[in-house]
Design a protein around this ligand. Structure first.
Ligand SMILES: NC(=O)c1ccc[n+]([C@@H]2O[C@H](COP(=O)([O-])OP(=O)(O)OC[C@H]3O[C@@H](n4cnc5c(N)ncnc54)[C@H](OP(=O)(O)O)[C@@H]3O)[C@@H](O)[C@H]2O)c1
Length: 386
């Protein structure tokens, strides 16, 4: 079922290991559980027995509009980006892990450069890239660890990639003397962006609902604003007076417009990394009604994107959409998963946030978990244990 050739592995893969996966059968196909091959890890890969997986908005959308999100995707595929588990075998060039290690990782099935079912998260065993995995420290359980990968990766892509905010990397050193705006701080992406921004030495301003103010402050935000307050943009601009903006990360509905307005009125880097589409596809139906729903939705997306581009141009602000898996293929992946996260997690400088909400056990619980995510979460990450 997988297109890639199995490569030589240092560890022999135990022939008694069995695999089951939550398959996405075809483009706009259905999810079903079935047997899956056990793929030997290639030289820079590890094979992991998953004990917990987290669900993300993209997992809900793949069966409905995977052809628009990732047109290259080879089917059948196995969705799922966030896994935590135990290493079963390592490839010949792997130096950071050995069988038995507890790890978390960003499963890279969705990336054009990877694009194989063996690297999907929603199965009992997954192949991970060594540079997209980190050890789980003692005292952190698998469910907590599984909340991190895609949120962390997306935040890192927005903050550190040269074509995005290009912030200085997380490292000890003097404060940067600049302020990062994270719009949507209580989201999974935002919770990690706040922590990464702080780790890199930036002051962080963020937005959230009032019930999550204390939560985002615990993650390191210096100031937090209620994004539903009609005066929020003016309030953030006022708070930025005398400060230098390092750029903004826009997460959530309406965030890009708000961040452009703020960045266009501040001193500093007028750059907004946008994480969310300007219109939501969450309500897209499956089946024959999809086309009826999509045509006006895509027209709205085009209109909203054009209006944002115009606003950004008028305000002298640059914007760029983030692809949260881009770090798989550049130096940000190893910088985060090998260079930063292991010590930051072990020393409590980066916490697994938002906290997990366990929605069930076993692959059969994943569709229900996806439906629960669709109903909305607040500063929580939905996790299924395996
Ligand atoms: N481009 C990519 O590669 C990529 C990757 C991952 C995610 N995403 C996108 O990023 C967004 C967040 O995903 P996630 O998984 O991090 O989200 P999530 O954790 O499921 O988001 C839930 C949170 O969203 C907050 N929220 C809702 N509406 C908001 C708004 N208008 N402005 C700011 N915050 C708002 C809520 O905050 P309160 O409860 O405090 O109100 C809630 O805590 C989604 O749009 C997702 O599709 C994109």
């Amino acid at each position: 079922m997988d297109g890639a050739e199995p490569a030589a592995a240092t560890d022999a893969v135990d022939a008694t290991i069995e695999n089951q996966a939550l398959w996405l059968s075809a483009k706009r196909g259905s999810l079903h559980i079935g047997p899956a091959p056990v793929t030997a890890p290639g030289p820079n890969e590890i094979l992991v027995r998953n004990h917990a997986v987290a669900v993300n908005p993209v997992d809900r959308l793949l069966p409905v509009m995977g052809d628009l999100i990732a047109p290259w995707l080879a089917y059948p595929t196995v969705p799922g980006s966030d896994v935590a588990g135990e290493v079963l075998a390592v490839g010949s060039a792997v130096t950071r892990f050995k069988a038995g290690d507890r790890v978390l990782g960003h499963a890279a099935f969705l990336e054009k450069s990877r694009n194989r079912a063996a690297e999907g998260g929603f199965q009992r065993v997954t192949v991970l890239l060594e540079h997209m995995a980190s050890p789980i420290p003692a005292g952190m359980d698998f469910a907590a660890a599984a909340v991190l990968p895609l949120g962390l990766s997306t935040a890192a892509c927005a903050l550190f990639q040269p074509g995005h905010l290009a912030l200085r990397p997380p490292a000890a050193g003097p404060a940067a003397g600049e302020t990062l705006l994270v719009w949507g701080g209580s989201t999974s992406v935002g919770s990690n962006a706040i922590q990464l921004g702080r780790a890199a030495g930036y002051e962080v301003f963020t937005t959230a609902s009032p019930r999550n103010f204390a939560y985002v402050q615990r993650l390191g935000a210096a100031r937090v604003f209620d994004y539903r307050n009609p005066a929020v943009i003016a309030d953030v601009i006022h708070a930025m007076h005398g400060k230098t903006l390092a750029g903004a990360v826009a997460i959530g509905a309406g965030s890009a417009r708000a961040c452009i307005a703020v960045a266009g009125s501040c001193r500093g880097r007028r750059f907004v990394s946008t994480v969310s589409n300007p219109i939501s596809f969450d309500a897209a139906p499956a089946g024959w009604r999809r086309a009826l729903w999509l045509v006006p939705a895509l027209a709205r997306l085009l209109a909203a994107s054009a209006s944002l581009a115009l606003l950004a141009r008028r305000r002298g602000v640059k914007t760029r959409f983030v692809w949260g898996g881009a770090l798989v293929d550049n130096n940000i992946g190893p910088m985060i998963y090998a260079g930063y996260l292991p010590a930051a997690l072990a020393e409590g400088r980066h916490v697994a946030a938002p906290p997990p909400l366990i929605a069930g056990h076993g692959l059969a619980a994943i569709p229900g978990a996806l439906a629960r995510l669709g109903a909305g979460v607040s500063a929580q990450k939905i996790v299924v244990t395996l």
